[in-house]
Design a protein around this ligand. Sequence first.
Ligand code: NAP
Length: 212
Amino acid sequence: MRIGILGSGLMGAKLGTIFARAGHDVVFSYARDDAKLKALAHEAKARAGTPREAAEGADALLLAVHWSRVDDVLHAAGDISGKTIVNCSLPMDADNTRLVVGQTSSGAEELAKKAPNAKIVSAFNTVPSEVFFGVFASRVPRPSLVYCGDDAEGKHIAATLIGDARFDPVDAGPLRMARYTEPFALLVAQLAYEGAGGPELAYRFVRFPEEA
Ligand SMILES: NC(=O)c1ccc[n+]([C@@H]2O[C@H](COP(=O)([O-])OP(=O)(O)OC[C@H]3O[C@@H](n4cnc5c(N)ncnc54)[C@H](OP(=O)(O)O)[C@@H]3O)[C@@H](O)[C@H]2O)c1
């Protein structure tokens, strides 16, 4: 697939590099330092461009910016009608200490209002960025990664990318489930950064059979 990365920081740089290693055609965009963007693209055997260039012809866009930059990067991307947007951005305040949307909505649902003709899927934000390369390098067991969305094709694309990053995609249902996965992302981050195990933390869901 052709994947455009909107926001090439901790999340975008790692996931874009992994998508490129998995064989996708990746265009990195939206960093303040153009030289850093080009070096990142060179290292990942991918391309660097503007958000508009990243969006042109893309099968999927990874949205990985601070919540305060979402409007700016969407504007820079231009027409994204009909495109799948895999959103890992969390609706955090300026200090990254609390969610500014929650309970009755979610960042992903607010994003769907901003881009009503795009196919929004919430994914990847329930994992700290430090974990991605370690998971990609190891074979078993695959950790789980929850995603949710309302569009079947968008969800299929997101599940493919989750599998390519060597996680087990767990379908959490419609996009409104992001009201629960976004706070869950903060729980995982809390456990990763404050817990005794350090930042390298992923999770695994196991289904048990119902009682007979
Ligand atoms: N990091 C995590 O572990 C994690 C986990 C779950 C969810 N998330 C969410 O994922 C999103 C991205 O997080 P992140 O940690 O990847 O953030 P980040 O490292 O700060 O990356 C944000 C990207 O946006 C770019 N950017 C910021 N302001 C810009 C501007 N004015 N013009 C152009 N580019 C600009 C940054 O450029 P520079 O590269 O030049 O700084 C960077 O490439 C956030 O919504 C966060 O809540 C992050």
